[in-house]
Design a protein around this ligand. Structure first.
Ligand code: AMP
Ligand code: MG
Length: 408
């Protein structure tokens, strides 16, 4: 039997890294930055007010309370603001440019209506230079590397890129992953079900898992357990894919359509020492691109049981897909920690077992959730973590530490 580590290395080695290209910000979100991002402007780009209030010369309001003439009104976005006339203040809004000559802003709450007229205001309290002024470059200085190559582009990073004037970013392109399920028993959700049939759930589940990595899934219509049908669906769907993921048809029974269709065509089928997810296959398949030269596409064949499919994705595909899209090793794996078990747990000796788990945050413990059966999708959906029990361990007692992969 092949070890989990051996199969993981084989899968990771199959998938080529995606190229770095410029994409608009909305498409760059969730991806990895391909080159350092350097600021070409300061942030803030000009000194501006942090408050709604009055821009003042601090020396002129030192004897507050003092009544002052309001010489101008400066909303956010005002261009060509003149300098502050001596002996006056300017009404100013948050984000508006500080006029030359002013050195502080007195918030409107620290002022009163002047009885003498609307072009005057009473400054109630004195202030100090710089107060409520956001100085130029106080957040980011032009020339600084603000995001390093390899950074994950979450919402704040996209916001920063936009604030610096970037409409596009250089990113590792999303991996294009084709998902193809097999099984003559499958029916598309939304249609009536007859006895003997089940709804196709692996492709939607895998597509969701692929999307969550930032890769781009395409779901091909599932195929029956028929080798010719599978081959033609595969050939059509694999064009334009960087990776093909199949589900079902790889175990030891009869009608193992994926195994029958891809054996001898570059995919190696093996038993991996894990539970669930023992039957696995991986390799590179030559596809004919009608006219253009033949191309070889990485193919990973997952077992059909829903929990096996999901766990195999987590163990083999998720890290490999993240690596191919430029994520550094520290981000290729789920957050992993050791937590004490709330209850004893038995495991299969000689196999790495992945059990569904439920965390108890208050007690800082974890317990297995649901049984071993790899059809228990309802329990998988209720779990919030995977528990990883090593090959050589058969029994764990309550309180023993167990490896936990956070799924949320
Ligand atoms: P297989 O790996 O094809 O032998 O399938 C193993 C088990 O998983 C069987 O009970 C199948 O009905 C089920 N199964 C296979 N493919 C899917 C799928 N796409 N969606 C839901 N269940 C599936
Ligand atoms: Mg099947």
């Amino acid at each position: 039997m092949r070890s989990v580590a051996e199969h993981a290395a084989l899968v990771a080695g199959l998938i080529r890294g995606t190229p770095v290209e410029r994409l608009p910000l909305d498409q760059a979100a969730g991806l990895v930055l391909g080159t350092d991002l350097r600021a070409t402007i300061d942030l803030p780009p000009f000194p501006n007010s942090a408050m709604d209030g009055y821009a003042v010369r601090t020396v002129e309001v030192a004897s507050a309370p003092v009544e002052m003439v309001v010489s101008q009104d400066i909303p956010a976005g005002r261009l060509g603001v003149p300098p502050l006339a001596p002996g006056t203040v300017a009404r100013i809004m948050t984000g508006a440019p500080i006029p030359d000559g002013a050195d502080a802003v007195v918030p409107v709450e620290q002022t009163s209506v002047a009885p003498a007229g609307t072009d005057r205001v009473r400054i109630d309290v004195a202030t100090v230079g710089g107060r409520h002024v956001r100085s130029q470059g106080s957040d980011v200085m032009a020339g600084a590397v603000v995001l390093a190559r390899g950074a994950h582009l979450g919402a704040p990073q996209i916001g920063l890129a936009a604030a610096l004037g970037n409409a596009e970013l250089s990113v590792h392109l999303p991996l294009r992953v084709l998902v193809l399920s097999t099984g003559s028993e499958l029916v598309a959700p939304g249609n009536p079900l007859q006895r003997g049939q089940i709804y196709e759930s692996n492709a939607p589940m895998l597509a969701a898992a692929i999307s969550a990595t930032g890769a781009r899934p395409t779901v091909a219509h599932f195929v029956a357990d028929d080798v010719d049908e599978f081959r033609s669906a595969f050939a059509a769907a694999a064009i334009g894919a960087d990776l093909v993921v199949t589900s079902g048809g790889v175990s030891a029974g009869a009608y193992e359509v994926v195994k029958d269709a891809l054996t001898g065509r570059g995919v190696e089928f093996a038993k991996v020492a894990m539970q669930p997810g023992m039957p696995q296959g991986a390799g590179a398949v030559e596809i004919d691109c009608s006219g253009s030269p033949a191309r070889s596409v990485p193919v990973v064949t997952l077992p059909g049981n829903p929990v096996s499919s999901f766990v195999s994705f987590e163990v083999f595909l998720r890290p490999a897909i993240l690596a191919a899209m430029g994520h550094p090793p520290t981000r290729q794996h789920r957050r992993t920690r050791l937590l004490p078990l709330a209850e004893p747990l038995s495991s299969i000796h000689g196999k790495r077992e992945f059990r569904r788990g439920l965390l108890d945050p208050a007690a800082a413990t974890v317990a297995s959730f649901g049984g071993r059966g790899s059809h228990l999708l309802g329990w998988l959906a209720g779990a919030d973590c995977l528990l990883v029990v090593p090959e050589e361990v058969a029994e764990l007692a309550a309180g023993d530490p167990v490896e936990v992969w956070d799924l949320t």
